[in-house]
Design a protein around this ligand. Structure first.
Ligand code: FAD
Length: 324
Protein backbone atom coordinates (compact mmCIF):
# COMPACT_ATOMS: atom_id res chain seq x y z
CA UNK A 1 0.00 0.00 0.00
CA UNK A 2 1.55 3.29 -1.10
CA UNK A 3 1.19 6.53 0.81
CA UNK A 4 1.73 7.55 4.40
CA UNK A 5 -0.47 6.68 7.35
CA UNK A 6 -2.49 9.62 8.68
CA UNK A 7 -4.14 10.02 12.05
CA UNK A 8 -6.79 12.70 12.28
CA UNK A 9 -6.13 14.27 15.68
CA UNK A 10 -9.09 15.42 17.73
CA UNK A 11 -8.47 18.43 19.94
CA UNK A 12 -10.79 20.31 22.22
CA UNK A 13 -9.93 23.40 24.24
CA UNK A 14 -6.24 22.82 23.64
CA UNK A 15 -6.03 19.15 24.57
CA UNK A 16 -5.86 16.07 22.42
CA UNK A 17 -8.48 13.35 23.11
CA UNK A 18 -7.49 9.95 24.49
CA UNK A 19 -9.13 8.33 21.45
CA UNK A 20 -6.53 10.15 19.30
CA UNK A 21 -3.61 8.69 21.29
CA UNK A 22 -5.18 5.21 21.05
CA UNK A 23 -5.43 5.47 17.26
CA UNK A 24 -1.95 6.98 17.14
CA UNK A 25 -0.53 3.88 18.81
CA UNK A 26 -2.18 1.68 16.19
CA UNK A 27 -1.03 4.01 13.42
CA UNK A 28 2.55 3.77 14.66
CA UNK A 29 2.45 -0.03 14.30
CA UNK A 30 0.94 0.15 10.81
CA UNK A 31 3.35 2.82 9.55
CA UNK A 32 6.34 0.85 10.88
CA UNK A 33 5.02 -2.38 9.34
CA UNK A 34 4.42 -0.71 5.97
CA UNK A 35 7.68 1.26 6.05
CA UNK A 36 5.98 4.65 5.58
CA UNK A 37 5.69 7.85 7.62
CA UNK A 38 3.08 8.34 10.31
CA UNK A 39 1.60 11.83 10.09
CA UNK A 40 -0.90 13.34 12.51
CA UNK A 41 -3.27 15.83 10.91
CA UNK A 42 -4.48 18.56 13.23
CA UNK A 43 -7.23 20.90 12.07
CA UNK A 44 -8.24 23.92 14.11
CA UNK A 45 -7.88 27.61 14.71
CA UNK A 46 -5.16 28.80 17.05
CA UNK A 47 -4.69 25.16 18.07
CA UNK A 48 -1.10 24.61 16.94
CA UNK A 49 0.20 24.17 20.49
CA UNK A 50 -1.79 20.92 20.85
CA UNK A 51 0.50 19.34 18.23
CA UNK A 52 3.35 19.17 20.78
CA UNK A 53 1.91 16.03 22.41
CA UNK A 54 1.71 14.08 19.14
CA UNK A 55 5.32 12.91 19.35
CA UNK A 56 4.58 9.30 18.42
CA UNK A 57 3.97 10.59 14.89
CA UNK A 58 6.87 11.35 12.57
CA UNK A 59 5.38 14.77 11.91
CA UNK A 60 2.23 16.85 12.22
CA UNK A 61 0.38 18.54 9.38
CA UNK A 62 -1.41 21.51 10.92
CA UNK A 63 -4.19 23.37 9.11
CA UNK A 64 -5.31 26.62 10.73
CA UNK A 65 -8.60 28.17 9.60
CA UNK A 66 -11.44 29.95 11.44
CA UNK A 67 -13.94 27.53 9.87
CA UNK A 68 -12.13 24.63 11.57
CA UNK A 69 -12.34 26.04 15.10
CA UNK A 70 -15.27 23.91 16.29
CA UNK A 71 -14.81 20.59 14.51
CA UNK A 72 -17.93 20.82 12.32
CA UNK A 73 -17.87 17.72 10.11
CA UNK A 74 -18.86 19.55 6.91
CA UNK A 75 -15.87 21.88 7.13
CA UNK A 76 -13.32 19.42 8.50
CA UNK A 77 -14.24 16.86 5.83
CA UNK A 78 -13.76 19.49 3.08
CA UNK A 79 -10.37 20.50 4.47
CA UNK A 80 -9.22 16.91 4.93
CA UNK A 81 -10.42 15.86 1.49
CA UNK A 82 -8.52 18.75 -0.11
CA UNK A 83 -5.38 17.91 1.84
CA UNK A 84 -5.64 14.20 1.05
CA UNK A 85 -6.12 14.92 -2.65
CA UNK A 86 -2.93 17.01 -2.58
CA UNK A 87 -0.81 14.63 -0.49
CA UNK A 88 -2.11 11.13 -1.28
CA UNK A 89 -2.04 9.28 2.06
CA UNK A 90 -2.52 5.50 2.02
CA UNK A 91 -4.57 5.24 5.19
CA UNK A 92 -6.54 7.91 7.05
CA UNK A 93 -7.26 6.71 10.59
CA UNK A 94 -10.05 8.61 12.32
CA UNK A 95 -10.74 7.90 16.01
CA UNK A 96 -14.48 7.17 16.38
CA UNK A 97 -16.04 9.61 18.83
CA UNK A 98 -19.29 11.55 19.08
CA UNK A 99 -17.46 14.40 17.37
CA UNK A 100 -16.09 12.42 14.42
CA UNK A 101 -19.34 10.72 13.38
CA UNK A 102 -20.18 13.55 10.94
CA UNK A 103 -16.69 13.55 9.51
CA UNK A 104 -16.72 9.77 9.02
CA UNK A 105 -19.90 9.99 6.95
CA UNK A 106 -18.67 12.79 4.72
CA UNK A 107 -14.94 12.21 4.21
CA UNK A 108 -15.09 8.89 2.30
CA UNK A 109 -17.87 10.31 0.11
CA UNK A 110 -15.87 13.43 -0.73
CA UNK A 111 -12.78 11.36 -1.53
CA UNK A 112 -14.78 8.56 -3.21
CA UNK A 113 -12.69 6.33 -0.97
CA UNK A 114 -13.59 3.11 0.85
CA UNK A 115 -14.47 3.29 4.55
CA UNK A 116 -13.47 0.54 6.96
CA UNK A 117 -15.93 1.14 9.76
CA UNK A 118 -15.89 -0.02 13.44
CA UNK A 119 -12.22 -1.07 13.21
CA UNK A 120 -11.23 -3.01 16.32
CA UNK A 121 -7.86 -4.33 15.02
CA UNK A 122 -5.52 -3.85 12.09
CA UNK A 123 -2.34 -5.71 11.14
CA UNK A 124 0.12 -5.47 8.31
CA UNK A 125 -0.06 -8.59 6.19
CA UNK A 126 1.60 -9.33 2.84
CA UNK A 127 2.40 -5.68 2.13
CA UNK A 128 -1.18 -4.57 2.83
CA UNK A 129 -3.33 -4.14 5.91
CA UNK A 130 -5.95 -6.54 7.26
CA UNK A 131 -8.67 -4.93 9.37
CA UNK A 132 -11.09 -6.48 11.84
CA UNK A 133 -14.42 -4.68 11.84
CA UNK A 134 -17.14 -5.23 14.41
CA UNK A 135 -20.55 -5.48 12.76
CA UNK A 136 -24.10 -5.44 14.08
CA UNK A 137 -23.15 -3.71 17.31
CA UNK A 138 -20.29 -6.15 17.90
CA UNK A 139 -22.21 -9.40 17.36
CA UNK A 140 -20.08 -10.28 14.32
CA UNK A 141 -16.48 -9.59 13.36
CA UNK A 142 -15.45 -9.26 9.71
CA UNK A 143 -11.90 -9.39 8.42
CA UNK A 144 -11.48 -7.05 5.50
CA UNK A 145 -8.66 -5.92 3.26
CA UNK A 146 -8.39 -2.60 1.50
CA UNK A 147 -7.15 -1.72 -1.95
CA UNK A 148 -4.98 1.19 -2.96
CA UNK A 149 -5.37 4.27 -0.83
CA UNK A 150 -6.66 6.45 0.38
CA UNK A 151 -8.69 4.23 2.69
CA UNK A 152 -10.58 5.88 5.54
CA UNK A 153 -10.58 3.82 8.73
CA UNK A 154 -12.96 4.52 11.64
CA UNK A 155 -10.99 3.29 14.65
CA UNK A 156 -13.01 2.21 17.68
CA UNK A 157 -12.09 3.61 21.10
CA UNK A 158 -9.81 1.36 23.14
CA UNK A 159 -8.01 -0.14 20.13
CA UNK A 160 -4.73 0.38 22.03
CA UNK A 161 -4.02 1.90 25.46
CA UNK A 162 -3.87 5.70 25.20
CA UNK A 163 -0.50 5.62 27.01
CA UNK A 164 1.00 3.75 24.04
CA UNK A 165 0.22 6.75 21.82
CA UNK A 166 1.81 9.31 24.11
CA UNK A 167 5.44 10.31 24.55
CA UNK A 168 8.22 11.02 22.14
CA UNK A 169 9.89 14.34 21.47
CA UNK A 170 7.73 17.22 20.24
CA UNK A 171 7.23 16.44 16.53
CA UNK A 172 8.04 18.65 13.57
CA UNK A 173 4.93 20.65 12.72
CA UNK A 174 4.32 21.66 9.13
CA UNK A 175 1.68 24.35 8.76
CA UNK A 176 -0.18 23.55 5.55
CA UNK A 177 -2.92 25.27 3.59
CA UNK A 178 -5.92 23.16 2.63
CA UNK A 179 -7.64 24.55 -0.42
CA UNK A 180 -11.27 24.05 0.56
CA UNK A 181 -14.54 25.91 0.06
CA UNK A 182 -16.04 27.19 3.31
CA UNK A 183 -19.76 27.35 3.94
CA UNK A 184 -21.77 24.19 4.45
CA UNK A 185 -25.33 24.01 5.70
CA UNK A 186 -24.32 23.15 9.27
CA UNK A 187 -23.19 25.86 11.66
CA UNK A 188 -21.81 25.57 15.17
CA UNK A 189 -24.06 27.28 17.72
CA UNK A 190 -22.89 26.54 21.25
CA UNK A 191 -21.34 23.99 23.52
CA UNK A 192 -23.44 22.90 26.49
CA UNK A 193 -21.42 22.09 29.59
CA UNK A 194 -22.60 19.09 31.65
CA UNK A 195 -24.87 19.98 34.56
CA UNK A 196 -22.84 21.80 37.18
CA UNK A 197 -22.23 19.96 40.39
CA UNK A 198 -22.68 16.46 39.02
CA UNK A 199 -20.01 13.80 39.31
CA UNK A 200 -17.42 13.23 36.58
CA UNK A 201 -17.61 9.43 36.30
CA UNK A 202 -14.41 9.29 34.23
CA UNK A 203 -12.44 10.45 37.29
CA UNK A 204 -13.81 7.90 39.80
CA UNK A 205 -11.84 4.97 41.22
CA UNK A 206 -15.00 3.11 42.26
CA UNK A 207 -18.10 2.88 40.08
CA UNK A 208 -21.35 1.06 40.75
CA UNK A 209 -23.15 0.69 37.42
CA UNK A 210 -26.81 -0.22 37.22
CA UNK A 211 -28.77 -1.56 34.26
CA UNK A 212 -32.33 -2.38 33.36
CA UNK A 213 -32.06 -5.45 35.62
CA UNK A 214 -32.38 -3.36 38.76
CA UNK A 215 -36.07 -3.16 37.80
CA UNK A 216 -37.06 0.28 39.11
CA UNK A 217 -35.80 3.73 40.02
CA UNK A 218 -36.07 3.15 43.76
CA UNK A 219 -33.30 0.54 43.51
CA UNK A 220 -30.82 3.19 42.31
CA UNK A 221 -30.75 4.22 45.99
CA UNK A 222 -29.33 0.80 46.90
CA UNK A 223 -26.53 1.35 44.37
CA UNK A 224 -25.94 4.83 45.83
CA UNK A 225 -25.42 3.23 49.25
CA UNK A 226 -22.75 0.88 47.94
CA UNK A 227 -21.06 3.73 46.02
CA UNK A 228 -21.06 5.88 49.17
CA UNK A 229 -19.57 3.03 51.22
CA UNK A 230 -16.82 2.58 48.62
CA UNK A 231 -16.21 6.30 48.17
CA UNK A 232 -17.25 6.24 44.51
CA UNK A 233 -20.24 7.06 42.30
CA UNK A 234 -23.18 5.46 40.53
CA UNK A 235 -23.40 5.27 36.76
CA UNK A 236 -25.61 3.32 34.38
CA UNK A 237 -26.37 1.69 31.09
CA UNK A 238 -28.37 3.55 28.47
CA UNK A 239 -31.88 2.28 29.36
CA UNK A 240 -31.39 3.58 32.91
CA UNK A 241 -30.46 7.01 31.57
CA UNK A 242 -33.24 6.95 28.93
CA UNK A 243 -35.78 6.33 31.68
CA UNK A 244 -34.44 9.31 33.61
CA UNK A 245 -33.25 7.31 36.64
CA UNK A 246 -29.79 8.90 36.31
CA UNK A 247 -28.59 12.03 34.43
CA UNK A 248 -27.03 11.72 30.99
CA UNK A 249 -23.52 12.46 32.27
CA UNK A 250 -23.67 9.15 34.18
CA UNK A 251 -24.04 7.00 31.03
CA UNK A 252 -21.25 4.55 30.28
CA UNK A 253 -20.68 3.26 26.76
CA UNK A 254 -20.57 4.08 23.10
CA UNK A 255 -22.80 7.14 23.34
CA UNK A 256 -21.74 7.95 26.89
CA UNK A 257 -18.46 8.06 28.74
CA UNK A 258 -15.50 5.68 28.63
CA UNK A 259 -14.41 4.86 32.18
CA UNK A 260 -11.37 3.06 33.58
CA UNK A 261 -11.93 2.87 37.35
CA UNK A 262 -10.07 0.56 39.70
CA UNK A 263 -13.33 -1.23 40.53
CA UNK A 264 -16.55 -1.51 38.45
CA UNK A 265 -19.66 -3.32 39.63
CA UNK A 266 -22.09 -4.02 36.76
CA UNK A 267 -25.46 -4.80 38.32
CA UNK A 268 -28.33 -5.95 36.10
CA UNK A 269 -26.44 -5.07 32.91
CA UNK A 270 -26.50 -7.57 30.04
CA UNK A 271 -23.13 -6.56 28.53
CA UNK A 272 -24.12 -5.27 25.10
CA UNK A 273 -21.05 -4.22 23.06
CA UNK A 274 -22.21 -0.59 23.20
CA UNK A 275 -21.93 -0.76 26.98
CA UNK A 276 -18.76 -2.86 27.37
CA UNK A 277 -16.93 -0.56 24.96
CA UNK A 278 -17.04 2.06 27.70
CA UNK A 279 -15.97 -0.04 30.71
CA UNK A 280 -14.03 -3.12 29.62
CA UNK A 281 -10.69 -1.57 30.61
CA UNK A 282 -11.65 -1.19 34.29
CA UNK A 283 -9.02 -2.83 36.51
CA UNK A 284 -11.47 -5.10 38.34
CA UNK A 285 -14.98 -5.86 37.09
CA UNK A 286 -17.65 -7.66 39.13
CA UNK A 287 -20.87 -8.51 37.27
CA UNK A 288 -24.16 -9.40 38.91
CA UNK A 289 -26.84 -10.89 36.68
CA UNK A 290 -29.64 -13.45 37.03
CA UNK A 291 -28.77 -14.92 33.63
CA UNK A 292 -25.59 -17.06 33.77
CA UNK A 293 -25.15 -16.69 30.01
CA UNK A 294 -25.27 -12.87 30.03
CA UNK A 295 -22.40 -11.50 27.85
CA UNK A 296 -21.24 -9.21 30.68
CA UNK A 297 -19.65 -12.27 32.32
CA UNK A 298 -17.19 -12.53 29.43
CA UNK A 299 -15.61 -9.18 30.34
CA UNK A 300 -15.99 -9.55 34.13
CA UNK A 301 -13.23 -10.83 36.42
CA UNK A 302 -15.82 -12.07 38.93
CA UNK A 303 -19.45 -13.02 38.28
CA UNK A 304 -22.38 -13.43 40.65
CA UNK A 305 -25.58 -15.08 39.39
CA UNK A 306 -28.06 -13.49 41.78
CA UNK A 307 -30.58 -10.72 42.13
CA UNK A 308 -28.76 -7.40 41.59
CA UNK A 309 -30.46 -5.45 44.36
CA UNK A 310 -29.84 -8.19 46.95
CA UNK A 311 -26.14 -8.32 46.05
CA UNK A 312 -25.75 -4.51 46.10
CA UNK A 313 -27.30 -4.41 49.57
CA UNK A 314 -25.08 -7.22 50.84
CA UNK A 315 -21.94 -5.64 49.34
CA UNK A 316 -22.74 -2.23 50.87
CA UNK A 317 -23.20 -3.86 54.26
CA UNK A 318 -19.95 -5.82 53.92
CA UNK A 319 -17.97 -2.71 52.89
CA UNK A 320 -19.41 -0.67 55.78
CA UNK A 321 -18.51 -3.43 58.26
CA UNK A 322 -15.02 -3.77 56.82
CA UNK A 323 -14.45 -0.02 57.11
CA UNK A 324 -15.75 -0.10 60.67
C1 FAD B 1 -25.85 3.50 18.53
C2 FAD B 1 -26.09 2.90 19.90
C3 FAD B 1 -25.42 3.45 20.97
C4 FAD B 1 -25.61 2.90 22.25
N1 FAD B 1 -24.92 3.43 23.28
C5 FAD B 1 -25.01 2.84 24.49
C6 FAD B 1 -24.24 3.32 25.59
O1 FAD B 1 -23.50 4.31 25.51
N2 FAD B 1 -24.35 2.68 26.77
C7 FAD B 1 -25.16 1.59 26.96
O2 FAD B 1 -25.21 1.06 28.07
N3 FAD B 1 -25.91 1.14 25.93
C8 FAD B 1 -25.87 1.74 24.72
N4 FAD B 1 -26.65 1.29 23.71
C9 FAD B 1 -27.71 0.29 24.03
C10 FAD B 1 -27.16 -1.14 24.10
O3 FAD B 1 -27.23 -1.73 22.83
C11 FAD B 1 -28.02 -1.99 25.06
O4 FAD B 1 -29.37 -1.94 24.63
C12 FAD B 1 -27.95 -1.54 26.51
O5 FAD B 1 -26.60 -1.44 26.93
C13 FAD B 1 -28.67 -2.57 27.40
O6 FAD B 1 -28.73 -2.07 28.70
P1 FAD B 1 -28.93 -3.07 29.93
O7 FAD B 1 -27.83 -4.07 29.95
O8 FAD B 1 -29.15 -2.23 31.14
O9 FAD B 1 -30.34 -3.75 29.60
P2 FAD B 1 -30.68 -5.19 29.07
O10 FAD B 1 -29.91 -5.53 27.86
O11 FAD B 1 -32.16 -5.24 29.00
O12 FAD B 1 -30.16 -6.16 30.21
C14 FAD B 1 -30.72 -6.27 31.48
C15 FAD B 1 -29.99 -7.41 32.19
O13 FAD B 1 -30.44 -7.50 33.52
C16 FAD B 1 -30.53 -8.86 33.88
N5 FAD B 1 -31.48 -8.93 34.98
C17 FAD B 1 -32.84 -8.88 34.95
N6 FAD B 1 -33.34 -8.92 36.21
C18 FAD B 1 -32.27 -9.00 37.04
C19 FAD B 1 -32.15 -9.04 38.43
N7 FAD B 1 -33.22 -9.01 39.26
N8 FAD B 1 -30.92 -9.12 38.97
C20 FAD B 1 -29.79 -9.17 38.17
N9 FAD B 1 -29.88 -9.12 36.83
C21 FAD B 1 -31.10 -9.02 36.26
C22 FAD B 1 -30.98 -9.57 32.63
O14 FAD B 1 -30.60 -10.95 32.67
C23 FAD B 1 -30.23 -8.78 31.56
O15 FAD B 1 -28.98 -9.40 31.27
C24 FAD B 1 -26.49 1.80 22.44
C25 FAD B 1 -27.17 1.26 21.35
C26 FAD B 1 -26.97 1.82 20.09
C27 FAD B 1 -27.70 1.20 18.93
Amino acid sequence: MAGNVWIVAESWKGSISDATYEALALGRELADGLGVRLEAVLLGHGARAAAASLGRADGVLYVDHPALADGVGEETSRALAALAAARGPGLILVPTTNVSWDLLGLLPARLEAPLVNFCREAVVSGGGVEFTSLLYGGKMAATVGAGAGPVVVAVLPGVRPAEAGKGGAAPAVEEVVADFVVGGGVRWLEYEEPEAGDVDITQQDFLVAVGRGISNEANVEVAEELAAALGGAVCGSRPVIDQGWLPLVRQVGKSGATVKPRFYVAAGISGAPEHTEGMKDAELIVAVNMDPSAPIFSVAHYGIVEDATDVLEALAEAVRKRKG
